[in-house]
Design a protein around this ligand. Structure first.
Ligand SMILES: Nc1ncnc2c1ncn2[C@@H]1O[C@H](COP(=O)(O)OP(=O)(O)OP(=O)(O)O)[C@@H](O)[C@H]1O
Ligand SMILES: [Mg+2]
Length: 205
């Protein structure tokens, strides 16, 4: 991967791992174009229905894939795509997939700050512990395109530097599988509470 050519970079991760913060900082650094997939889905009605229970739109993956293909092929700039869900992304047009990861207790704090209910905090922290976004990415993208970066420290600049290294082809230390919260939890008993607490005990919001 040469560092000078135009790239299509996808940033994913569970809510609160810093997708929007990092994608926007990366866009500034690379003079790139920012694309929020969630915003596109709402603005251009790329959904089949609104899920009243989960309070979110159900993405029409066929429409989204077609829409993103048009954006990617008609832009000459580097693109930074910000998305929680990777279904409906045209995998062959993406050069690099960055999954942001955050230590469970730090993610919990960030989600509480975002005003999430206990149920939503737990659901998302448990999804992070089980690396759900990495698993989802693996079902769509070539493994060699996927990298994981830990955003538990507040140092946004160093996350950006890590991503720039990956784009330059120097990303071997960010290959998937190195971030393992389950092993950390075995060593730090306090983190086990996230798996013991029952998601359904919280409120329904
Ligand atoms: N290293 C870091 N990288 C990114 N964000 C960080 C970092 N350290 C602390 N933060 C903070 O964590 C929060 C991340 O929120 P942000 O909205 O960027 O996440 P998100 O993944 O886009 O969430 P959502 O899926 O809800 O849109 C911000 O308040 C940001 O300032
Ligand atoms: Mg966001």
């Amino acid at each position: 991967m040469s560092s000078t050519e135009r790239k299509v970079i996808l940033i994913s991760g569970v809510p609160g791992t810093g997708k929007t913060t990092i994608a926007k900082a990366l866009v500034k650094r690379l003079d790139a174009q920012y694309v929020s997939i969630a915003d596109l889905v709402v603005k251009y009605r790329l959904y089949t229905e609104y899920d009243k229970e989960r309070l979110c739109y159900v993405v029409d993956t066929k429409k989204l894939r077609h829409f993103l293909k048009n954006i990617i092929t008609s832009s000459s700039k580097t693109l930074v795509l910000d998305t929680h869900v990777v279904e409906g992304v045209p995998a062959d047009l993406i050069d690099v997939v960055i999954i942001l990861r955050t230590r469970p207790d730090i993610l919990e704090k960030r989600l509480i700050e975002k005003g999430y209910s206990r149920k939503k905090v737990l659901e998302n922290v448990q999804a992070e512990i089980l690396a759900s976004c990495t698993c989802e990415a693996l079902s769509i993208f070539d493994k060699n395109k996927i990298f994981e970066i830990d955003t538990s420290s507040t140092d946004v600049n160093s996350v950006i530097e890590n991503i720039l290294n990956i784009i330059r082809g120097e990303g071997s230390q960010y290959r998937i599988g190195k971030i393992d919260w389950l092993s950390l939890m075995e060593r730090d008993e306090r983190l086990m509470r996230f798996l013991r607490e029952d998601v359904n005990e919280g409120s329904s919001e």
